[in-house]
Design a protein around this ligand. Structure first.
Ligand SMILES: [Zn+2]
Length: 374
């Protein structure tokens, strides 16, 4: 290994993992949807999005390190995910953002044995800092508990939520075991981490149907239509019709011709009925722009991003986490020693390990892998 120069070349990875299966607990976050016109608009929306994604090769502009944590009981039982599920979750995450030239380096996963955090943590009540000790610096951390307690509109008796990111933006989030592969919850929660609000967000003010206040209300994104989901008015709650909205709720202008964003990544319409109503949930270009703005301004997320190229000069690391990602080329130079209990993942489009590189972990692990984009 020490005399070897290795070159890793990425291959395009195309994945589409969207499950249509759902159950009554399939609600994302601490929150959880009808006329012929709405159907037409939903169809148009899908067509527009497909055109946006296209099939042309993408240029990776950003590589974000992501680390996964499988929660278990203290005796090692009742894991919140399997290793295979972590792989599929990672692939789903990559697939959701590749159209925006964002890629993720899979920095690895570990097991966190903590009875309370695996099955009893209450979202919206318990302190998120309970997860702080387990977070890997410089990575977006996704935790998989077996269960996340908390209330949602469909079940207010602490029956559980599908996921939470605690705040927007953030560098860590939870995805409950029941939401693995469901509603693209992992990309949804990471979307919150990357600055995205729900399409039906009200805390910024309620978006009007004509979109005149779209940049300052709702989700602060102008190409996502006003979303009546979650309106607490009787006209909403009594007008659900399976997967479609057929209500007559009026906005501030007295208009009622909502055309909900049924398949948006940050909407809840996919789970409006059982089984799940919609798959292939995805962000819009406007949401991607908001993600880009967040990535360029929110310091904790900037530490999760990668330089174009990087040279790893002489150093020895023998404990803790050591993660280094690049967009293009990562090259070692001189005596680079990764030893002891260090847990390290290196990667990018190309990784060059020059003479002098030594990976000799005892209880730790060294992983070198390409990014699956471009
Ligand atoms: Zn959410």
């Amino acid at each position: 290994m020490t005399k070897t120069t290795l070159k890793y070349i990425t291959t395009m990875l195309v994945v589409a993992l969207h499950s249509l299966a759902a159950n009554s607990q399939a609600l994302k976050c601490a929150d959880p949807k009808k006329d012929s016109q709405a159907v037409q608009m939903a169809t148009d929306y899908l067509r527009t999005h497909a055109a946006n994604k296209g099939n042309q090769a993408q240029t990776v502009n950003t590589v974000i390190k992501v680390f996964f944590h499988i929660m278990r009981l203290s005796n090692g039982n009742s894991p919140g995910a399997t290793a295979a599920q972590i792989t599929s979750e990672y692939n789903a995450l990559v697939s959701s953002y590749t159209a925006n030239n964002i890629c993720f380096l899979n920095a690895g996963f570990n097991y966190v044995d903590n009875d309370y955090l695996d099955t009893a943590f209450v979202a919206g009540v318990d302190n998120p800092t309970l997860f702080s000790a387990y977070q890997v610096p410089g990575c977006i951390n996704v935790f998989y508990p077996l269960k996340i307690k908390g209330s949602n509109p469909a079940c207010t008796n602490n029956c559980g939520v599908g996921g939470t990111s605690f705040q927007i933006p953030n560098t860590f989030c939870l995805v409950g075991n029941g939401n693995i592969g469901l509603g693209n919850t992992v990309a949804h929660e990471v979307g919150h981490c990357l600055g995205l609000f729900h399409t039906f967000e009200r805390s910024n003010g309620t978006e009007t149907i004509n979109g005149s206040n779209a940049s300052t209300a709702g989700d602060l994104v102008t190409d996502t239509p006003a979303d009546p989901y979650g309106l607490t008015t009787p006209c909403y709650t009594t007008s659900k019709n399976g997967c479609l909205y057929t209500g007559t709720c009026q906005d501030a202008n007295g208009a009622s011709n909502y055309t909900p964003p049924y398949t948006n990544l940050m909407a809840y319409w996919w789970a409006a009925s059982t089984p799940a109503c919609y798959g292939n949930l995805a962000p819009t270009n406007g949401q991607y722009l908001r993600v880009n703005a967040t990535l360029s301004t929110y310091a904790p997320l900037q530490s999760c991003q990668s330089p174009n190229d990087y040279t790893l000069n002489t150093l020895t690391v023998s404990s803790g986490f050591f993660m280094q990602s690049v967009i293009n080329s990562l090259t070692t130079n001189g005596s680079v020693n990764l030893l002891g209990s260090v847990i390290s993942t290196l990667g990018g489009a190309h990784t060059y390990l020059k003479p002098g590189f030594k990976a000799s972990p005892t209880s730790g692990s060294i992983t070198i892998r390409p990014i699956p984009c471009n």
